[in-house]
Design a protein around this ligand. Structure first.
Ligand code: URA
Length: 277
């Protein structure tokens, strides 16, 4: 390995290179050349393990810092544990505290922060996205980056801002490298967002993007088919919330021509707020 550069600019360039290459999580302070590690460090084969005492790693071998692990268990068991814990929350503050102490989702251990919510839980509208990105992870709140800025501009077109709406995500921890959350991660986190909606009790639910719409409303169709149509979201305690799927702001940043569709959906929300739809 080459020596790391010592001056600030060179270090910044190296860091930028890694970020652009998709490396955004440090697992250890120093790199390890796994190919050069002695064979003895690999776990012994099962049969050998039964007959001979395990070898201690050589003293020179670096010991990588292990990331804490998520609570063990089949995803369905962990999801039912999540349901149990979420049900106990009697307020959004309690729910956030329970979620912060919940070790069942591995994303918690690679994320910097829990991005539970932003905005006003008393608002008539709740918006739900998919999962936090890098900015949200750093700040610990949903929709803080470029998508969030576009979202704020769209809200402003219908006379709303974050003091009037409540914002959350299906998954409250950032998946490493902004990958899509796995179905297991979604299943584990879903009881928490369901309880969050129940406790916030909005009049209107805006599902931002296909994953939010599909997971919350149980619809199979893609977002381009479902956006702009009103659905009913049912809370576990039997309340019905009018729900509108719309295009995710991150998609609109990539496909600016589709902003007109997003704009139409926000107009529909405005009409519904005014009792005109
Ligand atoms: N995308 C999301 O779905 N949620 C965020 O909080 C940010 C980007």
């Amino acid at each position: 390995m080459q020596d790391a550069p010592s001056d600030r600019d060179a270090l910044q360039t190296l860091l930028d290179f890694h970020v652009e290459a998709g490396v955004d999580l440090a697992l250890d302070e120093t790199p390890h050349n796994r190919f050069a590690e002695p064979k003895a460090e690999r776990p012994p084969a099962k049969a050998a393990a039964q007959t001979s005492a395990p070898k201690a790693p050589p003293p020179s071998a670096p010991s990588p810092r292990a990331l804490p692990k998520a609570a063990a268990g089949a995803p369905e068991e962990v999801a039912s544990m999540a349901r149990e814990q979420a049900r106990h929350a009697q307020s959004l503050e309690e729910l956030e505290a329970i979620l912060a102490g919940f070790d069942g989702c591995a994303l918690k251990f690679s994320a910097k922060n829990l991005a539970f919510a932003d905005g006003n839980p008393e608002g008539r509208v709740m918006l739900v996205g998919e999962a936090p990105g890098a900015d949200e992870d750093r700040i610990g709140k949903p929709f803080m980056g470029r998508s969030g800025q576009l979202l704020d501009r769209m809200l402003a077109t219908i006379g709303l801002d974050r003091s009037q709406v409540y914002v959350a995500n299906i998954v409250p921890w950032r998946p490493p490298g902004n990958r899509t959350p796995t179905p297991q991660e979604v299943a584990i986190c879903k009881p928490f967002i369901a309880r969050q909606i129940e406790l916030a009790s909005p009049e209107f639910l805006l599902c931002l993007g296909g994953p939010a719409a599909q997971n919350l409303l149980g619809i199979k169709d893609g977002i381009l088919r479902t956006r702009g149509r009103w659905f009913t979201y049912k809370t576990e305690d039997g309340r019905e919330v009018r729900a509108l799927p719309t295009l995710h702001p991150a998609y609109l940043l990539r496909q600016p021509l589709q902003k007109r569709l997003g704009w139409r959906d926000f107009q529909a929300l405005r009409r519904a707020l005014d009792g005109r739809e």
